[in-house]
Ligand binder design. Structure first.
Ligand code: NAD
Length: 292
């Protein structure tokens, strides 16, 4: 690392709170080193009250940009100069690019979801998706999938604080894309089962199944799945969630956790800053060396 940093090194940040646990600095700094790019990526604890000054520092210090995570993904929007159309539709930003003082906000989670499927030669464009969850991840996935040509999305959500957001997502998709979106209550199990039966892909973006809820899944009965469908869980800790085990019991061929999505959302941000492809497999092996 020290060999790489000199008077010309350009800084890229990660602004969130809490953030010290993040894998992103390891991901990006190793990718810069591998490709011989003169950037450094650092995480900064930035609470919402300090966000305006932190964003201004991107301009002042001529940083190339920043990642943004909770609690700042929505709050950052009024502080930027431009928004990518997908970020505008999602209503959240996880990546900022600084072009000579002009800050543009992007969202790469949905891109990461679609790219991770492309990496596995799974094409969901023109198909129907049933999606559980309409929080941060679910919103990004639904909107990017709709923009990329998924034909039909049935969104299932709990009647909690994200129900209004789920309604908003459905309205935006129906208004701005060729995809047909509908909203359903996750309490209606018969409807849930029927919509999954009619879908090419079922995606769970609720976090149910993530540690410490690893014994839980919204779909417990393998007969809800078909072997020829795709089952995707945005969770990646544990690597094999309860949902994925149920899908495997059903003989589902394409069962994925959120690891590919996580790597590809980082790769999409990397490309926005550097114009280069992140060496994703190399980075995967560094981040998860202990699993070999
Ligand atoms: P969030 O809090 O914004 O949204 C959670 C959603 O799940 C809401 O729609 C909520 O209604 C629903 N939900 C929560 N508990 C539920 C339950 N018991 N039953 C039914 N619905 C329930 O969270 P988020 O930021 O969208 O993250 C969700 C999951 O996605 C987390 O596990 C997170 O780690 C994962 N994630 C993965 C990636 C990736 O790159 N793989 C990226 C972002 C988030």
């Amino acid at each position: 690392m020290t060999e790489r940093i000199d008077g010309h090194t350009t800084l890229i940040g990660l602004m969130a709170y809490p953030i010290r646990h993040s894998m992103s600095p390891t991901m990006h700094n190793n990718a810069f080193a591998k490709l011989g790019l003169n950037y450094a990526y650092l995480a900064f604890d930035v609470t919402s009250d300090r966000l305006p000054k932190a964003i201004d520092a991107i301009r002042t210090l001529d940083m190339r940009g920043s990642n943004i995570s909770m609690p700042n993904k929505q709050k950052v929007i009024p502080l930027l100069d431009k928004l990518d159309p997908a970020a505008k539709m999602v209503g959240a930003v996880n990546t900022i690019v600084n072009d000579n003082g002009i800050l543009t906000g992007y969202t790469t989670d949905g891109i990461g979801f679609m790219k991770s499927l492309d990496d596995e030669d799974v094409n969901i464009r023109g198909q129907k998706m049933t999606l559980a969850g309409a929080g941060g991840a679910g919103t990004a996935i639904a909107i990017q999938a709709a923009l990329d040509g998924v034909k039909d999305i049935s969104i299932f959500n709990a009647k909690d604080q994200s129900w209004e957001n789920a309604k908003r997502n459905v309205d935006i998709i129906n208004e701005k894309t060729d995809c047909k979106a509908t909203l359903h209550s996750i309490e209606d199990k018969e409807d849930f089962k029927n919509e999954i039966a009619d879908s090419f892909i079922y995606c769970d973006s609720t976090g149910v199944g993530m540690k410490p809820l690893e014994d839980m899944t919204l779909v417990e009965d393998p007969s809800w799945f078909r072997p020829d469908m795709v089952v995707f869980d945005t969770v990646y800790a544990p690597r094999t969630t309860k949902l994925m085990k149920v899908a495997e019991q059903a003989g589902v061929k394409h069962v994925f956790n959120g690891l590919g999505m996580m790597l590809e959302q980082g790769a999409a941000a990397f490309k926005l800053w550097t114009g280069k492809e992140m060496p994703v497999e190399y980075i995967h092996d560094i981040l998860f060396a202990d699993e070999k």
